[in-house]
Design a protein around this ligand. Structure first.
Ligand code: SAM
Length: 224
């Protein structure tokens, strides 16, 4: 249990929080990837529902709101900052959202080594860290190679849904999507069911940036 971010209230991730350390390690070179049965993370009665992934869930505002609005869909959120991961998993537990699981992991590792082919209906990436300095840009989660990996994990017709406040990073995303041309079509963004009036998605960062008057950029990349 921890208390960070929760103003002194104890945090309990229960069975809603999972750790990368509990997953099989990436294999030695030449060995097959240890892909997981991610449906098995959910109660038996929910298995077989469409599965969606959120990368960089932060405090879990999108995940909790969207999972409550769409109980017939299962959601996995991946967040590598321990304080955010535990806070989001505790929120899912308090709301008894059995269709939510939070994994503390590097999403790039999880997708590459553990996610099976043709599984996710949607992948949500909202306000990813922009790493604005030129020497840090290699840390950006959206890269051509990662888009290829996400494409592999998407069900036919599945979508990557992206929003950012950062014009330069958005252009970078378009450039990297162009490098993998022919495997996605770009569509206009549509807000999810849980978005509030006038909101694009309704994440914590969106709300903060909206108060600062920042413009937003968003798109859907649909698997062809
Ligand atoms: C700018 S915050 C946005 C959080 C949330 N999506 C929102 O809009 O409020 C980006 C989040 O992504 C997480 N993150 C960045 N890279 C990640 C990675 N490779 N794997 C998992 N989480 C990551 C960070 O820890 C951070 O919580």
């Amino acid at each position: 249990m921890s208390h960070s971010l929760s103003h002194g209230k104890p945090i309990d991730v229960g069975h809603f929080g999972l750790l990368q350390e509990d997953l099989p390690p990436p294999p030695p070179p030449g060995m097959p990837a240890p892909r997981l049965d991610l449906n098995a993370w959910f109660p038996a009665e929910l298995r077989g529902h469409p599965l969606e992934l959120e990368i960089g869930s932060g405090k879990g505002t999108f995940l909790v709101g969207q999972a409550a609005a769409t109980p017939g869909v299962n959601y996995i959120g991946v967040e590598w900052a321990r304080a955010f991961w535990s806070y989001a998993a505790d929120r899912a537990r308090r709301h008894a959202l059995e269709n939510v699981r939070l994994l503390r992991a590097d999403a790039a590792v999880f997708v590459r080594w553990h996610c099976p082919d043709a599984l996710f209906r949607q992948v949500h990436i909202y306000f990813p860290d922009p790493w604005p300095k030129a020497r840090q840009q290699k840390r950006r989660i959206i890269q051509a190679e990662f888009l290829r990996e996400l494409h592999r994990t998407l069900a036919p017709g599945g979508q990557i849904r992206i929003a950012t406040d950062h014009a330069d990073y958005f252009q970078w995303m378009l450039d990297h999507a162009a490098q993998v041309s022919g495997i996605f079509e770009r569509l206009p963004f549509e807000s999810p069911d849980s978005a509030g009036e006038g909101e694009l998605v309704g994440t914590n960062f969106e709300r903060k940036y909206r108060r600062e008057g920042r413009p937003f950029h968003a798109m859907i990349l649909r698997r062809l």
